[in-house]
Unconditional design. Structure first.
Length: 366
């Protein structure tokens, strides 16, 4: 199949969404598809024809004559839109939960800016196209795009796949133990991993509040923060590990993952942690929570509402995991099994099936 894929960034750098578009394109090329990519940032890639300038998309469409045009988002009207972020208007609504008081009022006002309104308008125009099909990476994201104007029958769901061969439980503890020692952890400490670049949106404030209280109890629970930005006012039982290139060993060195984000369409960090054998405690608005079996591979909790109603369940579940090594081991094993069924190779096979279906419908219309 000759496929033209449009994505703003096409390289293994930056956030998970950009990396994912690159990995999927490489996988499709390796499976024999004739891959062409139009991007605003990205260099040559063996086996893939890369073109610069999304603004010239109509020109490239005429030149390439693809069997299927796949847009990674809302860059340009296409046959198939793979959606990695839901609908912008609902992202804005959910992200408001990160703000309080006058700052929340100011943020709500900023959300009405011409820039945001233009994005919402462009998305609505694309979503209402009768010939387009949309593939969301969670039911959470799919519901948003239907609410924003897409026909329900034109929206499918395919959760992000994870490289289970890379993200796997450690065969030995040497590397993980060295990293734990670097973090200043004792063998008996329980490392709760928090991975985020955007501390505000990912809700570090909740964990800071919880671990501030845990510190006064001399708890074995330790919070390990991984990301570009060092949090301010960290409790004494909190370690800033910086931005790490070796996330596999990072997961293997931890005991569980906490992801209290206010918004993610499908958080790759959750799937990577589960694949590595970690139990997870995640918010009910992260997309990835849909593959977390409550009480079996982790816990899914709210992050919006009255402070006590949010805070108390998170404290309870973290303390339960912190005090029960057998539970952590069983939950981690269940998460690993779930991710083996959600392997990246399985994802690509399912994506090929969707692409073939969309191409057949396109031929029928023509």
């Amino acid at each position: 199949m000759r496929v033209l894929l449009c994505t703003g960034i096409f390289e293994m750098a930056g956030g998970g969404a950009e990396n994912y578009a690159f990995r999927v394109s490489r996988a499709l090329s390796d499976r024999g598809h004739d891959m062409h990519v139009v991007t605003d940032r990205g260099g040559p890639v063996p086996g893939i024809s890369v073109y610069q300038g999304i603004a010239r998309m109509d020109e490239f469409l005429e030149e390439i004559q693809p069997d299927l045009f796949v847009d990674w988002g809302f860059n340009h009207p296409a046959d198939l839109h793979r959606l990695g972020g839901g609908a912008h208007q609902y992202f804005l609504e959910h992200s408001l939960n990160a703000y309080h008081g006058l700052l929340r009022w100011y943020k709500r006002l900023r959300n009405q800016s011409l820039k945001h309104r233009a994005v919402i308008r462009k998305q609505a125009e694309i979503l209402r196209r009768p010939e387009a099909f949309f593939l969301a990476n969670s039911r959470f994201a799919a519901d948003q795009v239907v609410a924003a104007g897409a026909r329900a029958e034109a929206v499918g769901v395919l959760h992000n796949g994870v490289d289970t061969g890379l993200f796997r439980p450690a065969k030995g503890r040497e590397s993980a133990d060295r990293l734990r020692a670097k973090w200043g952890l004792r063998p008996t400490d329980v490392a709760v991993l928090f991975v985020a670049h955007n501390l505000l949106l990912k809700n570090f404030a909740l964990l800071r509040d919880l671990f501030q209280e845990l510190a006064s109890r001399s708890s074995r629970l330790k919070l390990v923060v991984v990301g570009k930005r060092k949090p301010s006012l960290m409790p004494s039982n909190c370690v800033y590990a910086g931005e790490l290139s070796d996330m596999v060993t990072c997961y293997q060195a931890a005991d569980c993952l906490a992801h209290p984000t206010f918004f993610d369409s499908c958080a790759n960090v959750v799937f990577e942690a589960m694949s590595t054998g970690l139990p997870v405690v995640v918010s009910n608005v992260c997309g990835a929570h849909e593959l977390v079996e409550e009480g079996k591979s982790g816990f899914v909790l709210p992050v919006s509402g009255k402070k006590g109603e949010v805070r108390d369940p998170w404290m309870k579940m973290l303390e339960i995991l912190g005090g029960d090594e057998d539970l952590r081991r069983c939950m981690g094993a269940a998460g690993r099994e779930a991710m083996l069924r959600n392997d990246f190779g399985v994802y690509v096979t399912r994506l090929e099936r969707v692409m073939s279906q969309v191409m057949e419908r396109k031929k029928e219309r023509e």
